[in-house]
Design a protein around this ligand. Structure first.
Ligand code: ATP
Ligand code: MG
Length: 432
């Protein structure tokens, strides 16, 4: 006899999404699709695997993602350097450039799907996680920054999320960042003894990244560091103030966080995060901003752009935390089939019901037979269906089916003709 095969498990930090939980995912995805359509954002689907240089060039070499979080490997067959996408903005930009999508004006796009980062798994932080993202490419005006923020805000309302606050900042333009960078290096050099090892290494490579540190011991130091906002010129300030005015006019509250720098190098001008205090230290549910230089950096004709991405796991976790009810079970009817000889007629009826939009589950036998009525009713109960359809021999002899109510306490039964399913199918639909 062969030895018992060893059990295989999912990769650490990567989760199976199982029913009934997967229904919550489908519900969220449906809400996203409907909302994106109302804002005229079109769906884009890019590959999970991209050439590694895309992320090195796009996100910046001295970033958490590129330094330590990427799943990179060499293609065994041709030696190409590939990476499982840690985020999707770079891939979207690559696709937009590759297919000259901006030739006839700006594009509004959205995506959803899995991303991969080699982080320490914990609540709200996984190695495979999922993002929904929205990107508007080819638009320079502050109204698009505002539109994207309003879109995210509308999504929280649609999903029923509360306890989400918006933080806003401006990273200005490269010239302004350069001056701030010099001030930042001078400041941190004065306090080098308070920097952790990573910050010391980044001090001359990418001091802005130090502001994004998650080390609690450095928070006070970072708090008092020179603020980018104080280095902004007139044009940058005007853009920032326009975004603020549009948010004010639409009743979207925010606070300005001068230390908000985001984790990637590609941002300029507006940056923002939506944060909740209810998920502990993994409280950022959505982040984004303007990235006017990324398209050029990835080899396209210079064009402005702005976008955001949200973490689906964190949003669903927040909904759970709030006690928001799961979507209702969607099964209308469970088909009880006492004998295999009833299967042909029963299945024809079920097909007709499904074609009318009824959600119906067929009882499945053991291979020997269909099982006792008692066990079939037990299954019907457990399925959550509102009705049982009973395809008994007596009923079938009269070309009929008995319908029994399972949930309203009445146990009421009626019989319907199999000849005109369309006339009664709607009686089974509990969902309005
Ligand atoms: P954090 O500061 O929490 O590491 P981040 O700045 O790295 O987040 P982004 O790259 O801006 O995150 O990604 C956008 C959103 O994706 C985050 O706000 C978060 O909701 C989600 N996210 C990022 N990394 C993970 C992860 N490892 N697991 C689950 N969700 C994640
Ligand atoms: Mg991170």
């Amino acid at each position: 006899m062969a030895a018992k095969a060893e059990k295989l498990t999912a990769v650490k930090g990567m989760n199976d999404i199982l029913p009934p939980d997967s229904a919550r995912w489908e519900w969220l995805e449906a809400q996203v699709r409907a909302l994106m359509a109302r804002y005229a954002y079109s769906n884009i689907r890019t590959p999970i695997v991209e050439p590694t240089p895309l992320f090195i060039r796009g996100l910046g070499e001295v970033t958490d993602i590129v330094e330590k979080e990427m799943y990179s490997f060499e293609d065994r067959l041709n030696g190409e350097h590939l990476t499982l996408r840690p985020e999707c903005t770079a891939g979207v930009v690559r696709a937009v450039v590759e297919h000259s999508m901006l030739y006839d004006g700006g594009k509004r796009l959205y995506y959803m799907g899995p991303m991969f980062r080699h982080e320490r798994p914990q609540r709200g932080r996984y190695r495979q996680f999922h993002q929904v993202g929205a990107e508007a490419l080819g638009f320079a005006g502050a109204e698009i920054d505002a539109e994207l923020i309003l879109l995210a805000d509308a999504l929280w309302k649609t999903l029923g999320l509360s306890d989400v606050r918006l933080e806003l900042n401006s990273l200005g333009q490269p010239e302004e960042r350069k001056q701030h960078r010099a001030a930042l290096i001078a400041y941190f050099e004065q306090h080098v003894d308070q920097l952790d090892e990573e910050a010391r290494r980044r001090l001359h490579l990418n001091p802005l990244r130090i502001l994004d540190t998650k080390n609690p011991a450095m928070q006070a130091l970072v708090e008092a560091a020179p603020k980018l906002l104080d280095f902004l010129g007139e044009a940058s300030l005007a853009h920032f103030n326009q975004v603020r005015a549009m948010l004010d006019a639409n009743g979207v509250a925010y606070s300005i966080n001068p230390r908000l720098v985001r984790g990637m190098d590609y941002y300029n001008l507006t940056v923002f995060e939506f944060i909740t205090t209810r998920l502990g230290s993994q409280g950022t549910i959505c982040g984004g901003g303007r990235y006017d230089y990324l398209i050029e950096q990835i080899g396209g004709k210079p064009a402005p752009a702005v976008g955001w991405a949200l973490g689906v796991e964190r949003v669903l976790e927040l909904l759970k935390e709030q006690g928001t009810a799961n979507p209702a079970p969607a099964l209308d009817a469970y088909a009880i089939i006492p004998d295999v000889t009833a299967l042909p007629a029963a299945m024809a009826c079920l097909q007709a019901l499904r074609a009318m939009g009824v959600h119906v589950q067929m009882h499945a036998g053991t291979g020997e037979g269909m099982g006792s009525m008692k066990s079939q009713f037990k299954r019907a109960d457990a399925s959550g269906a509102c009705y049982a359809l009973i395809f008994g021999a007596d009923e079938l002899a009269q070309n009929q089916v008995t319908v029994k109510a399972l949930r309203d306490g009445s146990g009421a039964q009626s019989t319907y003709s199999l000849a005109n399913v369309a006339d009664w199918a709607s009686h089974l639909q509990s969902r309005s």
